[in-house]
Ligand binder design. Sequence first.
Ligand code: PLP
Length: 451
Amino acid sequence: VSISTNTPTSELQAIDAAHHMHPFTTAQDLAVKGARVITRAEGCWLTDSDGNRILDAMAGLWCVNIGYGRRELAEVAARQIQDLPFYNTFFQTTHVPVIALAAKLAELAPGDLNTVFFANSGSEANDTNIRAVRTYWAAKGQPDRNVIISRWNAYHGSCVGSGSLGGMTGMHAQGGMPIPDIHHIGQPHWYNEGGDLSPEDFGLARARELETAILEIGPDRVAAFIAEPIQGAGGVIVPPASYWPEIQRITKQYGILLIADEVITGFGRTGNWFGSETLGITPDIMTIAKGLSSGYQPIGASILSDEVAATLAQVEFNHGYTYSGHPVACAVALENIRILEEEDIITRVREDTGPYLKKRFESLTDHPLVGEASIVGMMGSLALTPDKATRAPFEAEAGTVGYICRERCFANNLIMRHVYDRMIISPPLTISKKEIDILIERARKSLDECY
Ligand code: PLP
């Protein structure tokens, strides 16, 4: 078969459905309605195989932070492929792009996070973290200290290790997960779970579940706590202000490592380079991916504090991926960071377009279906509810109304995601005010259509 962007859409969809197994998609859905075929993209706009222009309010999968179509990244990739398309970083070899990117990340990352271990994705980086923290404690003579505490409704990836850290139950129970010695505590999701408590009291209560878990498991058995500064895939759940300071106190008091999973919140998404800065977190390890290369190349990493790196340096860490520190991915990530810096994109998010988006996004709370709008920087969610006073969920199966709303957005050439009954946005950081207006207009129209 000869397949190109000129092949009719229905044919492309039929071949896709026959031969391509999609992640996180039910085959029945694809059989009923073929996948939308995206052929090009520029800035915040996608073009599909029928020529429709679609506003991408998800930046792909929370990743295309600098927007689509930046030629500089294509040129850097082409040059790097010619100069050195691949060499590994195992067994005492290295290369210039990986050295330059590691040094740049050490400069950008807060505190004493100065040492980088590369992977190809956020999932792999979190698998690295599981092995790293357990190896760290073994190197310190505490091999039984191997329990990692995570949270319900967290998303940390889809490998067996990172998937076990996840807490989206239906999704993460499949396929023999979790691996042993992973423990979950409640999430700081006040809107759905806070009941009569104030957000601040609820934030404290949920943080203290960490202390309870540590005491139950035994402080000398707990290796680390992992969390997203703001839960992303779980529905953009912004924690109450009381939450993170209390988590920080507890991890410090019991001497357990804190892993901030910044796969979504990194590289400007919250208006600072890292969500840890926005939320006042001092992690021992940070997971990054997505915005690191704006999705132009697959790359992820764990950034380690000086103390964690020094401890791991006492042993050989028998871990790595063929493509750890891939030269093309590193060169593209560096160019992406150069653009973020030189065009001052993150400052604009913090001081200009972010506040504008917040104001416009929050204006949707006057819609009868919208109980809450939560937004930090360029990540936000709308809680859909039939009863704003009680914050009750819909009687339909969780997610049904969100699904309908997402489908209406799709029909209106706007990509928003739904997680259960929350509607999510995470647009490219380069989105203009005019495009924000279009986003809000299309979101409102879509909400109207499912009311
Ligand atoms: N961690 C977080 C917070 C994520 O949101 C994701 C993906 O959405 C991952 C890890 C996994 O990253 P990847 O899909 O690159 O493996």
